[in-house]
Structures are given as structure tokens and as C-alpha cells.
Design a protein around this ligand. Structure first.
Ligand SMILES: *Cc1c(COP(=O)(O)O)cnc(C)c1O
Length: 354
């Protein structure tokens, strides 16, 4: 720490992303998509487009916004694109939490970081014993509600009915639904933005569109909220999405066949992995994401499982946080990765001395 650091930052604990190992590891620790982006993305990024990089990008992201509108049935005034959905979440904490924020004790770990950075007071709402989020626990809380749906890392999802319940609890309280993983089997709340002016839906191209490296996300809400978020963007970085990512994002969104095909494969691999792990004695939360929470094995602790897989070149995620310490988080890979993980797990269980 230098002697110049602002005091507010002195105590901040930054977000810890999954490791990015340099060697040959099977990487199932950051919820990345195992498949490359749509071939349409490759086609969109020509040498000519690279030459155009001497120019600033379109600060209104018009073509990308248009692609979002085509896919999600919204109007351009209801969309704001961000440098990853993380940037949009940051704008939301910065500008749209007039009465603080409320979110689960176990959820996307960037929420508490942003709250701290922007000085937003937080009401933590514990998940129930079985990791279920009970919407009635949010009744009467005035702070902007942040819900990851499906939740990370528990994988459990709320239905649209429960989202409506949250919205109806107080029409003067904002609800942010972070749908980073919704495409893997949960219900989206997007169409509710036309009915509820206290709803923001945040989405990303990082997971279901295989574009984590491009950093593209978008927020969908009524035009007044989008205008507020635009103010935040233009106070920070008007050119928040670079030229190549604008092109990549629009191309990926418009290739519906590829999207459905790759998402379908990930769901099939998840189901096979879930059954396989259950047959080997693991408890697996019944989730809807591109990752699984597995653990509570009668003979192998989550931490030992994590370490044994690491020794075999497979990287998953272990959280030491007390309520999660009995589980590991495993990102769903392609078919070969699923085979490799199941084979390694079998070998670990056979070798372990109990
Ligand atoms: C991955 C993730 C994001 C961030 O996505 P980016 O668009 O890559 O910034 C947001 N929310 C949740 C819950 C996530 O898991």
C-alpha cells in the first residue's frame, strides 16, 4: 500500500476471480463457456475492422443495441450496453441505491465489493438452510434488491412468479435481476420490464455466448432508468465498449442457431455430470446454471476433492466461506471435460484411504 491511497480503499477486500493458470490445466473454475464463440464472430472481425481501430467506437453502441432489441423484444431506449455486466452492476450500485442495497449472504461476491467501494449500506438477507432464497424475507426492506437468478454459486433459480412477488412488495423499490446464467434453464424476467418500472434485468455475453474475453453485457429497464445509467456511463467512460467487442457481441447475439446448439450441449453435459456425481455419492444442488455445486460426500471432503482434482490437472472452485465449505463449484465443460472429470473423480474415490 502506498501512502497516497484514499482511506476508503484501505480496508477494501477486492473481488477474487477464479485462478487463471498458465500451464495445461483443465479449467473448470471460472464458469467460462467451453465452446468458442459463434463462427459469425470470426467473420465479423476482419482485417478492415482492425484498421478502423484508429477511430473511437460508437459510444451509443447502436448496432449492438439493435441486436439486443431483435433478440429480446425490447426497444432501443430500454437497453444500455456495458463493458461486461460487471460495469453495469457498478453503475447500479453507484447511482440507483438511494436507500442502500439488499442481497443474499451467499450470492455473486462482487455485490459486497461494489457496495463497499461506492459506500452503499447493505442489508444481508441470509438464504434459508437449504440455500433457497425466500422472497418474503425481502418484504419491507427499502434498499435496492440485487438477485442473481440463477444464484451464484448455489445454482438455484427463482421463477418469474417470485420475481413478480419481489417487484410487487414495493413498487417504489428497485429490483435488479442479474441473469448471467439464466439461459441454462431458468425463467427470464426480461418481458416484465414493460410492466414494472422498478425492475432492471442485467445480462452478459460472457457465459452463454462464449464471449467472456470481449467484455459485453447489457441492462434492460424502462427508459427512465436507462437514462440514469447512461448518465453514470457518460460520467465515467463514454466509449465503454471497444470496436471489436461491439462487432463480436452483435454477431454472437444474432446467431440464434449456434446459441441454442451450444447452450443445449452444456445443459446435456450438466445433466450427465450431475447424475454421474450423484451415483458416486455426492449431493448435487438441483440448479440451472452452467456449473454445479456438489459436495457433502460421506467419505471425501470438498476441500480434499478440490485438491485431489488439482493434482490431476483439473481446476475447480472451492470456497472456504463457512456455509459453502462442504461444496465445490464445477463449471460445465464440453463432452471430453465431463468424461475427464467423472473419470478423475472415480479414481480419487478408489484411491482414497478411508
Ligand atoms: C459472471 C457473472 C457476471 C459478470 O459477467 P461479466 O459480463 O463478465 O462482467 C455477473 N453476475 C454474475 C452472477 C456472474 O456470475
Amino acid at each position: 500500500m502506498s501512502r497516497f491511497l484514499n482511506s476508503r480503499f484501505a480496508a477494501i477486500e477486492p473481488y477474487t476471480p477464479g485462478e487463471q493458470p498458465q500451464g495445461q490445466m483443465l479449467k473448470l473454475n471460472a464458469n467460462e463457456n467451453p465452446f468458442p464463440p459463434s463462427p459469425a464472430v470470426r467473420a465479423a472481425l476482419s482485417g478492415e475492422q482492425i484498421d478502423q481501430m484508429r477511430l473511437y467506437p460508437d459510444m451509443l453502441c447502436q448496432d449492438l443495441v439493435q441486436a439486443v432489441c431483435e433478440v429480446y423484444g425490447v426497444a432501443p431506449g430500454e437497453v444500455l450496453c456495458g463493458n461486461g455486466s460487471d460495469e453495469l452492476l457498478a453503475f447500479l450500485f453507484q447511482t440507483l441505491c438511494p436507500h442502500g442495497a439488499a442481497f443474499a449472504d451467499i450470492t455473486y461476491s462482487f455485490y459486497p465489493v461494489y457496495a463497499q467501494v461506492y459506500g452503499v449500506p447493505v442489508q444481508l438477507v441470509p438464504l434459508r438452510e437449504d440455500f433457497r432464497l425466500a422472497v418474503e424475507d425481502y418484504a419491507g426492506l427499502p434498499g435496492t434488491v440485487f438477485i442473481a437468478n440463477p444464484n451464484a454459486p448455489t445454482t438455484l433459480a427463482l421463477g418469474k412468479k417470485q420475481i413478480i412477488e419481489l417487484l410487487e412488495q414495493d413498487r417504489d423499490r428497485l429490483v435488479v435481476v442479474d441473469e448471467a446464467y439464466v439461459d441454462f434453464g431458468a425463467q427470464s424476467a426480461v418481458e416484465l420490464i414493460h410492466t414494472y418500472d422498478n425492475l432492471v434485468v442485467v445480462k452478459t455475453l460472457s457465459k452463454s455466448y462464449s464471449l467472456a474475453g470481449a467484455r459485453v453485457g447489457f441492462a434492460l429497464a424502462c427508459p427512465a432508468i436507462i437514462a440514469d445509467l447512461n448518465t453514470a456511463k457518460f460520467c465515467f467512460n463514454p466509449y465503454n465498449i471497444n470496436r471489436l467487442s461491439l462487432l463480436a457481441g452483435a454477431a454472437a447475439l444474432r446467431d440464434r442457431d449456434y446459441f441454442h446448439h451450444t447452450v443445449g450441449r452444456i445443459i446435456a453435459n450438466r445433466e450427465r455430470l450431475q447424475t454421474g456425481l450423484q451415483n458416486l455419492g455426492f449431493h448435487v444442488l438441483d440448479g440451472q446454471a452452467n456449473f454445479l455445486m456438489a459436495g457433502r460426500h460421506p467419505k471425501l471432503s470438498a476441500k480434499d476433492y478440490f485438491l485431489a482434482l488439482r493434482e490431476r490437472g483439473i481446476l475447480i472452485r472451492y470456497f472456504s466461506q463457512q456455509r459453502l465449505a462442504d461444496f465445490v463449484r464445477i463449471t460445465i465443460g464440453d463432452e471430453a471435460a465431463t468424461d475427464a472429470l467423472l473419470a478423475a473423480t472415480k479414481a480419487i474415490l478408489e484411491k482414497a484411504v478411508f
